[in-house]
Design a binder for this molecule. Structure first.
Ligand SMILES: NC(=O)c1ccc[n+]([C@@H]2O[C@H](COP(=O)([O-])OP(=O)(O)OC[C@H]3O[C@@H](n4cnc5c(N)ncnc54)[C@H](O)[C@@H]3O)[C@@H](O)[C@H]2O)c1
Ligand SMILES: N[C@H](C(=O)O)[C@H](O)COP(=O)(O)O
Length: 354
């Protein structure tokens, strides 16, 4: 398939279908039923044409859904017979991995400015012989990037305030978290976050809140010593290193989320521009509680833009036509917005009809 060149300020997005047994194809076609998205970017679908057509035929009578033939399709048809909606397996994992590989290779070759990924199941990748912790790590490895981050971005429909949460550690067992957290790790995660807030979100003097690890941030060593031993001195050091940023913390991990919760519902105006959570569920429980239907998983530090919905494959509802496409829509919007900003050299550009 020949790819079209990107037109000025209208970035070209490669949209991978995710696990073909999950809700990825459904939420992508539902999101693309909104014509405003394609006004602001070019879309190429990466995955099985047959699967997309099947999804469209099955759901077109019951819901607003885009005809996949309205978009270029990079057709990758792999062992279709072994794939059953709602049951992820090695075949579905192998297919979603192949979609990603193709999208990444073409993006690195310059065909696309961004990759928007449908959800995959890590167990299915493992069953197919690809034991990556997630798509994030495959993207970073393929781009030969060692320093990258998982940032969740969600715009409140109530107040229009934006919640940004970076996870310092991601897909590791909880038991390993305290050992994985080091001043070195947090230093480059914070550097990456500050750079991203400036470059992609136009926030020159970002206010960042950093979570503690232990209950009440250790209560002066009584409930855990990481804060006293190194986190508090490290934060003081970072405040000196980054005079153009305001860095607060460690804030006790429970109360950290009170202000963003209020800002989300419009009852506080002084929440931080970004939050650095120390582990996966410390950051993602509040994000998904507030914004499961809005949040976008963004990989920062890559040479291209990557966004994804915050939800997973939802095998339990695949094929029923009831999957909510709002998070996928937000992922497409954010990729288009960040892509067009980078194309015009970092100047902010508001998208049409958002
Ligand atoms: N972007 C990604 O690739 C991504 C993100 C999160 C989880 N995952 C993976 O997905 C798999 C399943 O994870 P899980 O069960 O923890 O989370 P999940 O998000 O797939 O499902 C959690 C619950 O939310 C519901 N749900 C999810 N998305 C929905 C939508 N758009 N509309 C309506 N209901 C929705 C599901 O039906 C389920 O009840 C795992 O393998 C996980 O690693 C992938
Ligand atoms: N931790 C993410 C979430 O819960 O939404 C998700 O699993 C990310 O996975 P990828 O690395 O595949 O984007």
């Amino acid at each position: 398939m020949k790819t079209q060149p990107s037109t000025p300020n209208r970035p070209h997005l490669a949209v991978t279908l995710g696990d073909p047994a999950g809700i990825g194809p459904e939420v992508i076609l539902k999101a693309l039923a909104d014509p405003a998205i394609a006004q602001n970017c070019q879309i190429t679908l990466v995955g099985s044409r047959k699967l997309l057509q099947g999804c469209y035929q099955q759901l077109k009578s019951q819901t607003a859904i885009a005809d996949p033939e309205a978009f270029p399709i990079l057709d990758i048809d792999l062992n279709q017979e072994a794939i059953a909606l709602g049951t992820g397996n090695a075949a579905s994992g192998g297919a979603s991995f192949a979609y990603m590989q193709e999208a990444i290779a073409r993006t690195l070759a310059g065909d696309y400015q961004a990759i928007v990924t449908g959800p995959i199941a890590k167990t299915c990748w493992k069953a197919a012989g690809h034991p990556y912790p997630g798509q994030t790590e495959l993207l970073a490895e393929s781009a030969q990037i060692k320093r990258f981050g998982m940032l969740f971005v969600a715009k409140s429909p109530h107040s229009h305030w934006t919640l940004r949460t970076l996870l310092a550690t991601t897909h590791i067992p909880l038991r390993q978290v305290p050992d994985a957290l080091t001043p070195e790790l947090l230093t480059w995660k914070l550097d990456l976050l500050i750079e991203c807030l400036r470059q992609d979100f136009g926030i020159e003097t970002p206010r960042i809140a950093i979570s503690g690890l232990n209950p009440h941030s250790g209560e002066n060593g009584q409930l855990g010593t990481e804060e006293k031993d190194w986190l508090i001195p490290w934060i003081k050091q970072q405040q000196n290193i980054h005079p153009q940023a305001i860095i607060d913390g460690p804030i006790p991990p429970d109360t950290l989320w009170v202000k963003p919760g209020q800002a989300w519902f419009g009852t506080a105006t002084n929440a931080h521009d970004a939050y650095l959570a120390l582990y996966h569920d410390q950051g993602l429980i509040p994000v998904k509680l507030m914004a499961f239907d809005k949040a976008v998983n963004t990989t920062i530090g890559l040479p291209f833009i990557r966004t994804s919905p915050d939800h997973g494959t939802a095998f339990d509802i695949a094929g029923q036509g009831i999957a909510d496409c709002a998070s996928m829509k937000s992922a497409l919007w954010l990729a288009a917005e960040l892509g067009s900003q980078r194309m015009i050299g970092g100047e902010s550009k508001t998208l049409q009809s958002k």
